[in-house]
Structure formats: structure tokens, C-alpha cells
Design a protein around this ligand. Structure first.
Ligand code: SF4
Ligand code: SF4
Length: 384
């Protein structure tokens, strides 16, 4: 695209792509004061919104792709400017015009793989259920209590498969009648949508919705807050309504119903990192804390930036595929914050957060200071 396109034309395109709310901004700068990017580099959402208002955003600049969609500035904005929708609108325009700067190469690879195989890793669709080999995990059939939807990261990532495996073990121990779709599962599409690939999101959503309907799925258990957000909020646009439950909620249900018994103590200081898409975007703060508080011996300590004020891990909004310099990662700040609290374990409930926090833990040489775990890993340890 000629990025010096006529101003009026660009304003109309922003409007058509869903970013019309830029016009409400009165340049107070509150967004910049709360944005985590300004803890590591200079970044101005205020400036981007101003440029978009006047129809002159340079959509090939990395700034347009910086926002991690963490949800912090929209909750503070006095004019309801909808910064996330505005940035996604610019990214849609960039995609429509084939704007592909070098830093977006990994996003292009991910989108090609998502279109072909339903996952962003270039892996075969047929291998999607390999994580469950040797475990008692059945294919989902109509009438089962719940569909377990582990997501692409837990299905394919060598470091994260253990979370899907721990989840299956817990469900079996609790006697839950569950199944998986394996190759019948596609990426939920939440993250690729945030990079402006709307048509690809719709393709993935339709594939999943068809698969859910064909298999008679009524209730879906997810490990990823991004899948939760997609099924609960984004798929509602297709006029379908499946019951969705996140693992941090479901564990609490199983414990409360007496189906899951905690038989061991866990004598560690633990702090919980709220994932943006579980907390700020979907208001789930108490469920994971409630589960952790049921574990005898576990000492739960809160970080200053918790619940609505949680610090983003840096991986949302498609940033999971865009390289962020090690020194610029918010997850470094989070590891230091948790370590400074004296916590021995930093627990979370999102595959993106896990990836970012573990990378930072290793990068900062915090191996002897703190462990990073997903909530099911702790539950798995205390139910055997
Ligand atoms: S907080 Fe809202 S009104 Fe203030 S500068 Fe940012 S977008 Fe504009
Ligand atoms: S949503 Fe989060 S990352 Fe994006 S501009 Fe606002 S505060 Fe920054």
C-alpha cells in the first residue's frame, strides 16, 4: 500500500475495519501512562490514535503491531476509545494492502500453517492428538460430559504438552467422562484475528463450530484463556452458544463436588500471575486463587500488580509470533517481581504466559530462585 494514501480514504477504511472509536480521543495520555511497553521502550498509543484520527497512520511501522491487547489502557480510557479494536483495524488494513515488513515474517508463516493445518507451527493436523498417546483419553462422542480442547500450544509444543497430559490425568482421576477431537480440532483463531487476519479467523472458527456441532458438543473445557475468549466472546458472532469453562474454574468445581480429592500438602510460597485474557478480558480472578487456597500448606502471596492491574506477559495480540528483544520483555519484570516477593513458584493458567515467563526465568538465570508452573501441574502433584 502507498502509506501516503489520501487521508479521507484511510479514515473511511479505519471506520469500515472497526476502528471508528479513534475519533473520541482527546489526547489525555492516560493510555501511555499505563501501557507496559513504556516500562521497557518508548511507545505511544496516544500518538497512534491521533494519527489514525487524521487518517495518516504509517501501517508498516512496528508500532502498529506493538499492542499486546493486554486490556489495560481500554479500562482506563476516559473516552472509551477502544484502542485494541483500533489497532486491529489498522492491521486489517495493512493485510488488505499486502503490507508485510520483515518483522511480520513469522506471522505470515503462522497464518499459512493455520490455513493449511489448523495450527501455527507447520505441524501436521493428523498429529494433533499425539500428546495423549499412552493416556486414557478417548475421542469425543455425543453424550460425553465434556469436550477437552487443549489448544495448539498444549497439543504440539514439547515444553507444554505436559500441561495437557496433567489435565487428562486429573480428569481421569476425578472420573470425568471426557473426550478430545484430535485432528477435528483447529486453532481457536483468537491471536491470528488480532493480527488483522479476519478471513482466516472466520475460517478457523467455522471449522471448529462445524466440528462441535457434528460431534454434539455442548460443554467445552479449555486450558488457554485465548480459546476461552474466542469461544465465549468471538464465536458468539456466529450465533452459536457453547458452554465454555476454563480449567481453573473446572478444577474448583471438581474439588467442591468432592470428585477431586487433594491428598497431599504443598509447602511452598506461591504467587499467581493473572493472564490478561482470563482476568482483564473475562473477569476470572477468583477461580484460580480459590483452587490454590484449597491446597494445604500452600502459602499464596499476591504481587502488587495483580487482578485488574496484572502485568501482561507480552505475548497477546499476535506478539507470540513477533520477536521481542530479550531486554524488552515484560515477562522479565514479572519474574523479578515474583522473585522479589520471595515466592518459590510463579503459577499461571495460560500457555502464552507460561512460555514467556519460563523464557525470562531462564534468560535472567533465575533457575535457582523460582519455578514457573501451570495450575494443573500443582494440582497433579497434590492428588496422587
Ligand atoms: S486514554 Fe483514551 S482519550 Fe486518553 S489519549 Fe489514550 S486513547 Fe485518547
Ligand atoms: S492494550 Fe495494553 S499493550 Fe495495548 S496499548 Fe493498551 S496498555 Fe499498551
Amino acid at each position: 500500500m502507498d502509506t501516503e494514501a489520501p487521508i479521507r480514504e484511510v479514515i473511511e477504511e479505519i471506520k469500515e475495519s472497526g476502528g471508528d472509536a479513534v475519533k473520541y480521543c482527546y489526547q489525555c495520555g492516560k493510555c501511555d501512562s499505563v501501557c507496559p511497553w513504556n516500562r521497557v521502550i518508548n511507545f505511544s498509543m496516544r500518538k497512534l490514535i491521533r494519527e489514525a484520527t487524521f487518517g495518516f497512520p504509517e501501517i508498516d511501522r512496528e508500532e502498529v503491531w506493538r499492542c499486546t491487547t493486554c486490556g489495560k489502557c481500554p479500562q482506563q480510557c476516559p473516552r472509551d476509545v477502544k484502542q485494541i479494536e483500533d489497532m486491529v483495524a489498522l492491521r486489517r488494513i495493512a493485510n488488505a494492502y499486502g503490507v508485510t515488513p520483515a518483522f511480520l515474517k513469522p506471522v505470515r508463516s503462522a497464518s499459512a500453517s493455520l490455513a493449511a493445518e489448523g495450527n501455527p507451527f507447520g505441524e501436521e493436523r493428523a498429529k494433533r492428538a499425539d500428546w495423549a498417546e499412552g493416556l486414557s483419553v478417548k475421542p469425543f462422542t455425543e453424550g460425553m460430559e465434556i469436550l477437552y480442547f487443549p489448544c495448539c500450544f498444549l497439543s504440539y509444543d514439547g515444553q507444554l504438552k505436559k500441561v495437557a497430559q496433567a489435565t487428562a490425568g486429573i480428569l481421569n482421576q476425578a472420573g470425568v467422562d471426557f473426550g478430545i477431537l484430535g485432528a477435528g480440532e483447529s486453532c481457536c483463531g483468537e491471536s491470528i484475528r488480532k493480527t488483522g487476519h479476519e478471513a482466516l479467523f472466520k475460517q478457523l472458527a467455522r471449522e471448529n463450530i462445524k466440528s462441535f456441532i457434528d460431534h454434539g458438543v455442548k460443554k467445552i473445557l479449555v486450558s488457554s484463556p485465548h480459546c476461552y475468549h474466542a469461544f465465549k466472546n468471538d464465536y458468539a458472532g456466529f450465533k452459536v452458544n457453547f458452554e465454555v469453562v476454563h480449567i481453573s474454574q473446572y478444577l474448583g468445581e471438581l474439588i467442591n463436588e468432592g470428585r477431586l480429592k487433594i491428598s497431599k500438602e504443598y509447602h511452598k510460597k506461591v504467587t499467581y500471575h493473572d493472564p490478561c485474557y482470563l482476568g482483564r478480558h473475562n473477569g476470572i480472578y477468583d477461580a484460580p486463587r480459590g483452587v490454590l487456597k484449597r491446597i494445604p500448606g500452600l502459602e499464596l502471596q499476591e504481587m502488587e500488580e495483580s487482578r485488574e492491574n496484572s502485568l501482561c506477559c507480552g505475548m497477546g495480540g499476535g506478539r507470540i509470533w513477533i520477536d521481542t528483544k530479550m531486554s524488552d520483555r515484560f515477562s522479565n519484570l514479572r519474574i523479578k517481581e515474583a522473585g522479589g516477593l520471595g515466592a518459590e513458584v510463579l503459577v499461571t493458567a495460560c500457555p502464552y504466559c507460561l512460555t514467556a515467563l519460563e523464557d525470562s526465568r531462564l534468560g535472567l538465570n533465575y533457575e535457582d530462585v523460582i519455578q514457573v508452573k501451570e495450575i494443573t501441574e500443582i494440582i497433579q502433584e497434590v492428588i496422587r
